[in-house]
Structures are given as structure tokens and as C-alpha cells.
Design a binder for this molecule. Structure first.
Ligand code: GPQ
Length: 821
């Protein structure tokens, strides 16, 4: 077999063992004999960090002193996943680690498992940010990830005895967290509240309170690049610490309140994915991390300068706004330039405009943040003034361009009147240089629908960058067997930093030996997953069934409901004798999904799935033929285990609703076949892997629009689909009649009502097409070599979906910078 090389360091296993021993002794204070796997994890992390420090410092030095512009990726979420294995891989220490664990008598798996997964993101948007900082470092582009070090990440999901989702806090900092370096000496002051007064003809902000932003730095090592970037996550601290000492006993407790309030800012990640709640604390969080980051960038790039020439800022750093969450950065930079550094408005505007760009991640109008002007005025009065002025300038600019009055009205960044508000997506579009969507279809719809008024006036601002995923974590680490087979097939492992090389596998799809090996890898991964699921969840899974997976946030538009209705329909057919279970391809259906705690229909869908699983898995009629499992608390670890074991993945959102999807890419790259709609990046995946290697079904976006125009959701047209399709009717009736709620007919009544009277996301309208494609899927699966061949072609043709390629696109189309020399 070809040698599979991780980037190698010249360090020997023995030397690495000694370094770990030293850390055990001097940081953990334990002997190797006393050490637990958790101790060894912390000690190893510390040892790896030491190996990265020189590259980290050199990268920072080169970034500040060279003439390569850096990227500041501003994101409220970074969903990093566990760090140890990734850091070892990128530092070239994987083999040394394996050797050291042998020497110390530890199982590598136990040590890796000891790490508590940081969940500082909700889903796709946060995971994308993590993939992007990995790719930036791997390509060698100097970059900062800027975000918040929430004390509580995305909630832990449990299911109660009725199958309902229960959320518990995710205090990820219970044990030592060895990766972050808290840097109290590079703190920033972030002001809030108060008023703006006129002083010597100038507007001066007199804030009412301030929070201390303390950075915690994470090294972001590139794969084989020798570069290590920084993820700088801010923690909110109080300035009132010392005041406490002066209070007398009676107000001692009251005195702590301001401290608690200040520190609340970085306490918890908001758990709404795609549909944020416009809460005061959320705006405080956004301003907190953006203000600290902008000041930090100025400190880094103009070290020690009292009067820096900030007209050069756009040559030093470009800020990417990851959705609307950091958009308050635009008025903040204006304020910094004008109020703190004395620039005039026009100069400040020119700098700001060149420094920012905006990525939109959604097509749901409710996901574009709109803040009440009153709230911005209360927290950031000076920013509200600046936003109003930006809006005035914008209106005049539009007028001068001859834009019609009604269009100008529609485009307002600041809407006047009683419910005056600020539209952050519009502010970002006007305030920055470029706006991009995250897949071709999405970018087209942004231009033609969501931001049509803007694209008609500023067509050159609009561009597309299709999302991508890092092959290091999602192929190499998640699927070592397949990685080895790919390297064997290609005779090199260079594909890990140039994923288009996977194309070299295309001829191997016609080599039966290779295809057989590929199928064997999938089978081994399934066996592994069955064992993992037994250990972690107590599930008894049959690895000799088709593994059919739907993992993503629970959202109506993603249509977990369509999948579960299809499962119920099949179950009903078996029960009623319409279908002989022996003619079915035995299938295990997996769901993984968290619902926002306040999202009622999503939570009801979770409850339904759990109860369908309970009923079906306990029914002898379907034993060995159809099973449903819902491992709770879907996270990166589960994704890394389940994706490589999946045969068929579900990307079945209503066309025109999923901006891109990135799970779809991870599955294709791990040799799963996709059943999906023409939505988001599915369109591009299908184009690349070939229509014959993708199970397409359902309405297209124009068909969806036409059906809305007919009044689908407003005139209750879904009921016609229910009445006309006996299989669909049967499935919905079973949900309504208590089959999955111990006879209680009320449990799912709101869900059923929604399906029959509104069904905004057209689950019922797409049901027939979805059932029909299953026949084709089953027929294909019955021919294992055919299936495996299609899977090989999915892998071979998905190299485009590397986040390295996405970053190259950003560099070329938006950032106009590159790797350090
Ligand atoms: N996405 Cl607006 C999120 O994960 N959270 C959000 O708040 C918004 C979008 C997702 C989006 O739904 C997916 O289609 C994308 O693949 C993903 O962002 C990354 O772009």
C-alpha cells in the first residue's frame, strides 16, 4: 500500500512522549501512572501548542510586516468541533502521538474522546466559518477569525420519556480547556448606552457603561502550510471588579449586579438558527465583539502608532461579514474613524466601504435581521445617528442615479416613523464592496428576488461563492479508511490540499477491484458506526441494512416532515399487507437535529420522529426491514461518525429555501448518494457528479413560485394532495389518530392542522414525487456494485466542494489578496 503521509515533523515518538510527560508533571501535576485519559489529553494539547508557537508568531510577524492584506472573518459563530486530532494532523504529529500513546499505555481514542466538544455555533453558518479558517491557514493567507467565546454553547439536547426535546445548558468549560490563551494585556473597552452631545461643533458620545473585552486566542494551524493563524474569541468582563472592594457589607450583593450584567454579554449563544430573535442582549453581543475586533485590528496593524494613517486600512485587512450578525461593524468603523481619529465623513466612508464585504446565508426574509431603531438608539445612540446619515446619503445617491421614488422607499436602510427600524442586510449591501450568496442558485435568487432593488442599481457588487468543506476534518479524520483507499488509488495523498485531484478516481469507478474495496470501506464504516451507536446511545443497529441519514437543524423548510411521512407511509403499507416486507431493501433511517427551543412545530416534529421510531422499532412486522433512530444531541462528533457510514443522504428542502447546505457536500465526498431537490448547492453537486448519480425529485424553484401564486398556502390547497393520494392520506391519518401517541389524538394536532391547511413549505405537494424516487433508489441499491460505482463517482467529482476552493474564490472575487510569501 502507498505510504499515507501526514505532514511529518522530525520529532520522534520518544521525544514527543517526553514532552507529554513533562506537561503531565509541570502543568497537570501528575505522574504518567496517576494520569487519566483526560490528563493526557490536556498534556498532549499543551505539547502540540508548543510545536505551533513559532509558526504562529512568524505568521503574525509576516502578516504585520509584509504587504499581504489579511482577512478578518467576523462571525458570531465558530463551530469548531474537537481540536486535538485536527491540531495533530496539521502539525504533522499524528504518528508521534500514536507512538507516544503506546508508550504511555493509553488508547488514542480515549484521549481524543476526553476533549469536550466546543459548540460555539448553531449549524451550517458556524461550521462554515470553522472550515474557512482552516482553509485560510492551509492556503497560507494571513487571517483572523473574530467572534465570541460564549461560556455556554449550543444547548445539549435530550429526549424525555414522551420523545420531546429537552434542552440543557452546555457548559463546555467544566474542565480545563487547553487550547485558548487568555490575553488580558490586549483587552479592549466597549462602550454602551448614554447620549450624544454637541461639543465644539462635534457630536460626542457620552456612554453610560462599558464592558471589558478580553481576547482568548486559539491557534489555527494550516495543513502542511507552516502557517498558523489566530481565532480570537472575546470574553466580556466587568470593570466593576475593584469597586466591589470598597462597598460596605449592606450593599455587598447589589454591588455584584453590574459585574454579572456585563459578563452576561458573552454568557450564552443564541440557539436560533436562521430565524434570530431581535433581543437586546443579542445586539449587545454583536456590537461587543465587532467593536473589540475593529479596535484590535487597528492595534495589530498600526502597532504603537498614536496617529495611524487609517486610509491604508483597506490595504491591511478586509473584513468579511458572516451574515447580518456583525453588520453593526459598518457604523462602528465610521464612528471610530470620525470620532476617535478625526477623519471627515467622506474619507471615513471610502475606507469603510473598501474594508467590508457581506455574505448572505439565507433566503428566508425573517432571517435578515431588522433592529428597532429605538433599541439601537438606547444602546448605541451615536451609531443610530451615523446610520441615519448613511441612509440619507444613500437616498440622495439613489435619487441622483435616477432611481424611481417607490424603489428608493423600498430600499431604505432606516425606516422612519413609529416603528422605525434598521435593516442590517441593506446596510451591509450599501456599506460594503461586495455581497455574495453561498451557492449559484442562492446568489441568483438574491439578485433576482431578495435584494433585487439593490442588484438593479449596483449590479457589480453581487457575486457568488459556493460554499465548501474542509477535507482535512471531513475526509481524512472522519473517514481514515476511505482516505487510505483514495491515496492508494491516486498513488499520493496530495489530494488533501488539492481536492480536485479526486478526479483521478474516475477511471477507477470502472475497476471492479477498486469498487469492491470502496464498498468494503463503506461496510466497515457502517460496522464501526453500529458499535459507536451501541456504546453511546444503546442502539442495536443492523449494519447490513441501507443507512439512510438526515442530519441538519430541524426546520420546516428542510422538511424532516417529508421524510418521516414517507417512513410512516412505508410502515403503513407493511402493516396493511399492501407491501410484502421481504421485497423491501432493509433500511435504517437516522435523524439528527436540534430545534430552536421556542420553535413549536419543529419540536413537535422531533416528538413525532421519536415516537415513530419507538413504534416501528418495537413492531415485529418491520423487524429487520425498517428501523428509525434519532441519536440525540447531533454535533460535529456525530457528523464525523455518521457521514462516512451513510449510504443515502437526504437533502430534501423545498426548492428555493436552502441557501446552500454543506452537509450535502460532506456526504458526496464520503461516498453517500443523495436524494434531493434542486435547491442550494444540490444543483451544483448534481451537475458535477452527474444526473445519473443523483436521485433528483420534487418541484423546482419556479414551480414552487407558481404554486404559491395559485394560493397553495393561503387557499389551503395542500388538502387536495391529501385527498387525492391514499398513501399520503393514510400516513397523515396515522399521525392524527394516535398511532404514535399512545392513542392520544391531540398530541400532533397542530402539526396535522398545519399540513392540511397551510403547509407553507409544500411537503404534501412533493410527497408523491418523493415516494416515487424511492423505487429507483431501492432498485439501484439491490445492485451493490452499481451503487458503489455511483458512490465512487460522487467522491471523484466532488473535489470542487473543498473549502480551499471557496477561499480561492473569495480571494479572487472579493478579498483581492493571497498567501503570505
Ligand atoms: N445558515 Cl441565515 C445558518 O446555518 N444559520 C443562519 O442563521 C443562516 C444560514 C446556513 C444556511 O441555512 C445553509 O444553507 C448554508 O449552507 C450555511 O448557512 C452556510 O452558508
Amino acid at each position: 500500500m502507498t505510504e499515507i503521509t501526514a505532514p511529518k515533523s522530525s520529532l520522534t515518538s520518544g521525544e514527543f512522549t517526553d514532552e507529554i510527560r513533562e506537561q503531565l508533571k509541570y502543568t497537570q501535576g501528575v505522574t504518567p501512572e496517576q494520569a487519566t485519559a483526560a490528563d493526557v489529553y490536556v498534556a498532549t494539547a499543551a505539547a502540540v501548542r508548543r510545536h505551533l508557537v513559532d509558526s504562529w508568531m512568524k505568521t503574525q510577524h509576516d502578516m504585520v510586516n509584509g504587504d499581504t492584506k489579511a482577512v478578518g472573518y467576523l462571525s458570531a459563530e465558530f463551530l469548531m468541533g474537537k481540536q486535538l486530532e485536527n491540531a495533530l494532523l496539521n502539525a504533522g504529529l499524528t504518528e508521534q502521538f500514536e507512538g507516544a500513546m503506546k508508550e504511555l499505555g493509553f488508547d488514542t481514542k480515549d484521549v481524543i474522546d476526553a476533549e469536550y466538544e466546543p459548540g460555539l455555533g448553531n449549524g451550517g453558518l458556524g461550521r462554515l466559518a470553522a472550515c474557512y479558517i482552516d482553509s485560510l491557514a492551509s492556503i497560507g493567507v494571513p487571517a483572523f477569525g473574530y467572534g465570541i467565546r460564549y461560556q455556554y454553547g449550543i444547548f445539549k439536547q435530550e429526549f424525555d420519556e414522551n420523545g420531546k426535546q429537552v434542552e440543557t445548558p452546555d457548559y463546555w468549560l467544566v474542565n480545563e480547556e487547553p487550547w485558548g490563551h487568555v490575553d488580558y494585556n490586549r483587552d479592549q473597552r466597549v462602550n454602551f448606552g448614554g447620549e450624544v452631545v454637541e461639543e465644539n461643533g462635534k457630536r460626542v458620545w457620552k456612554p453610560a457603561w462599558a464592558v471589558r473585552a478580553v481576547p482568548c486566542d486559539y491557534m489555527v494551524p494550516g495543513y502542511k502550510s507552516g502557517r498558523v493563524n489566530t481565532l480570537r474569541l472575546w470574553t466580556a468582563k466587568s470593570y466593576d471588579e475593584f469597586d466591589l472592594l470598597t462597598f460596605n457589607k449592606s450593599d455587598y450583593l447589589d454591588a455584584v449586579i453590574p459585574k454579572v450584567e456585563a459578563e452576561n454579554i458573552s454568557k450564552i449563544l443564541y440557539p436560533e438558527d436562521s430565524t434570530p430573535q431581535g433581543k437586546k442582549l443579542r445586539l449587545e453581543q454583536q456590537y461587543f465583539f465587532v467593536s473589540a475586533s475593529i479596535h484590535d485590528a487597528i492595534r495589530v496593524f498600526y502597532p504603537g502608532e498614536k496617529n495611524p494613517d487609517l486610509t491604508t486600512l483597506p490595504n491591511k485587512i478586509v473584513f468579511q461579514l458572516n451574515d447580518t450578525h456583525p453588520v453593526i461593524g459598518i457604523p462602528e468603523l465610521m464612528r471610530v474613524l470620525i470620532d476617535e481619529y478625526g477623519y471627515d465623513w467622506d474619507t471615513a466612508w471610502s475606507i469603510t466601504n473598501k474594508t467590508f464585504n457581506y455574505t448572505c446565508h439565507t433566503l428566508l426574509p425573517e432571517a435578515l435581521e431588522v433592529w428597532p431603531a429605538s433599541l439601537i438608539g438606547e444602546l448605541l445612540p451615536r451609531h443610530l445617528e451615523i446610520i441615519k446619515k448613511i441612509n440619507e446619503q444613500f437616498m440622495s445617491e439613489l435619487k441622483a442615479k435616477g432611481v424611481a421614488d417607490d424603489q428608493i422607499e423600498r430600499m431604505r436602510i432606516y425606516t422612519d416613523g413609529k416603528d422605525a427600524s434598521v435593516r442590517m442586510a441593506y446596510l451591509a449591501t450599501y456599506g460594503g464592496s461586495y455581497v455574495n450568496g453561498v451557492a449559484e442558485l442562492h446568489s441568483e435568487l438574491l439578485k433576482d428576488v431578495t435584494l433585487k432593488d439593490f442588484s438593479s442599481v449596483y449590479p457589480d457588487k453581487f457575486t457568488n461563492v459556493t460554499n465548501g468543506v474542509t477535507p482535512r476534518r471531513f475526509i481524512k479524520l472522519a473517514n481514515p479508511r476511505m482516505s487510505d483507499l483514495i491515496s492508494e488509488g491516486l498513488g499520493t495523498d496530495a489530494w488533501l490540499s488539492d481536492l480536485e485531484q479526486l478526479k483521478g478516481l474516475i477511471p477507477l469507478a470502472d475497476d471492479p477491484e477498486f469498487v469492491k474495496k470502496f464498498a468494503a470501506v463503506k461496510q466497515a464504516n457502517k460496522n464501526d458506526f453500529a458499535a459507536f451507536a451501541k456504546r453511546k446511545y444503546g442502539f442495536d443497529i443492523d449494519p447490513n441494512t441501507m443507512f439512510n441519514t438526515m442530519i441538519k437543524r430541524l426546520h420546516e423548510y428542510k422538511r424532516q416532515a417529508l421524510k418521516i411521512l414517507a417512513v410512516i407511509a412505508t410502515y403503513a403499507d407493511i402493516k396493511s399487507g399492501k407491501v410484502d416486507p421481504d421485497t423491501l431493501v432493509p433500511r435504517t433511517v437516522f435523524f439528527g437535529a436540534k430545534a430552536a427551543p421556542g420553535y413549536y412545530l419543529a419540536k413537535q416534529t422531533i416528538q413525532l420522529i421519536n415516537n415513530v421510531a419507538r413504534v416501528i422499532n418495537n413492531d415485529p412486522a418491520t423487524k429487520g426491514k425498517l428501523h428509525v433512530y434519532f441519536p440525540w444531541n447531533y454535533n460535529i462528533e456525530l457528523a464525523q461518525n455518521l457521514i462516512p457510514a451513510t449510504d443515502l443522504d437526504e437533502q430534501i428542502s423545498q426548492a428555493g429555501k436552502e441557501a446552500s447546505g454543506t452537509g450535502n457536500m460532506k456526504f458526496a465526498l464520503n461516498g453517500a448518494l443523495t436524494v434531493g431537490t434542486l435547491d442550494g448547492a444540490n444543483v451544483e453537486i448534481r451537475e458535477r457528479v452527474g444526473a445519473e448519480n443523483f436521485f433528483l425529485f420534487g418541484m423546482t424553484e419556479p414551480e414552487v413560485s407558481a404554486l404559491y401564486a395559485k394560493g397553495y398556502d393561503t387557499k389551503g390547497l395542500s388538502r387536495e394532495y391529501y385527498e387525492k393520494d391514499p398513501q399520503l392520506k393514510q400516513a397523515i391519518d396515522m399521525v392524527a389518530d394516535g398511532t404514535f401517541s399512545n392513542g392520544d389524538k391531540d398530541t400532533y394536532k397542530d402539526l396535522v392542522n398545519d399540513w392540511l391547511n397551510k403547509d407553507y413549505f409544500m411537503t404534501l405537494a412533493d410527497f408523491r414525487a418523493y415516494m416515487d424516487i424511492q423505487a429507483e433508489i431501492e432498485e439501484t441499491y439491490r445492485d451493490p456494485m452499481k451503487w458503489a460505482r455511483m458512490a465512487v463517482l460522487n467522491v471523484a467529482n466532488s473535489g470542487y466542494f473543498s473549502s480551499d476552493r471557496s477561499i480561492e474564490d473569495y480571494l479572487e472575487r472579493i478579498w483581492h489578496t493571497g498567501a503570505l510569501k
